[in-house]
Design a protein around this ligand. Structure first.
Ligand code: 5GP
Length: 190
């Protein structure tokens, strides 16, 4: 998606060779016009897949997921990073290794917001090692529902997330694929 790539080149900051900062348009301040276009792009790509809900992981996936669900006219569900104290039998939960914080957290989903006949589109801001998306997949599978595909705003193609998800049999559709962040320079796959 060229408009996204231009924005990344203009406003993204390669913090080091592994991490891209996008605080000024996705993670902290949000460029809503860009997010709307991203939502339309994801919706057009997955429109014929009979998506019943869009799932995302709090908090930085919310903006692109919201516009995607608006365009598909289905609910958006935010998978929450909860402290285990509030969890009970009404939640599905799985442990996820955080890429940016180097810790683990519980990703949770209330059983009230998924049914076995749901067909879920997972949307997230970044794909690195695929841990967050794999956690989301596990929660959907716990409910015996289906994952229809995974939409990623920015894929770091030099990290193993895509392969991990494709090996599990899922389609990954990313809007910008980064080849390298070496020497503070952002390079795309194509
Ligand atoms: P994964 O679970 O695929 O290893 O990492 C994806 C998650 O980590 C995303 O939900 C995202 O929030 C965060 N993340 C991974 N890489 C980056 C990055 O380069 N920049 C930012 N801002 N977040 C990242």
């Amino acid at each position: 998606m060229n408009i996204l790539k231009d924005k990344i080149l203009r406003d993204g900051i390669a913090l080091n060779s592994e991490v891209l900062k996008v605080d000024s348009f996705i993670n902290h301040q949000v460029d809503v016009n860009l997010m709307k276009k991203i939502g339309i792009e994801f919706a057009n790509h997955f429109r014929d897949k009979n998506i019943t809900k869009v799932f995302t992981i709090e908090s930085s996936g919310i903006a692109p997921a919201l516009f995607t669900s608006l365009e598909l006219n289905v609910p958006m569900v935010i998978l929450k990073k909860q402290n285990s104290k509030i969890l009970n039998d009404n939640f599905y939960t799985t442990e996820v290794k955080s890429f940016t914080k180097n810790t683990t957290y519980n990703l949770t989903l209330s059983k009230n917001y998924i049914d076995s006949d749901d067909n879920i589109l997972i949307i997230d801001d970044f794909l690195a090692n695929g841990e967050a998306a794999k956690g989301a997949i596990k929660l959907v599978e716990n409910a015996n529902a289906k994952v229809a595909g995974i939409g990623i705003v920015i894929e770091k193609a030099f990290q193993p997330g895509r392969k991990a998800l494709e090996d599990l049999g899922y389609e990954v559709y990313s809007l910008a694929r980064i080849k390298s962040l070496d020497n503070n320079k952002i390079e795309f796959v194509n």
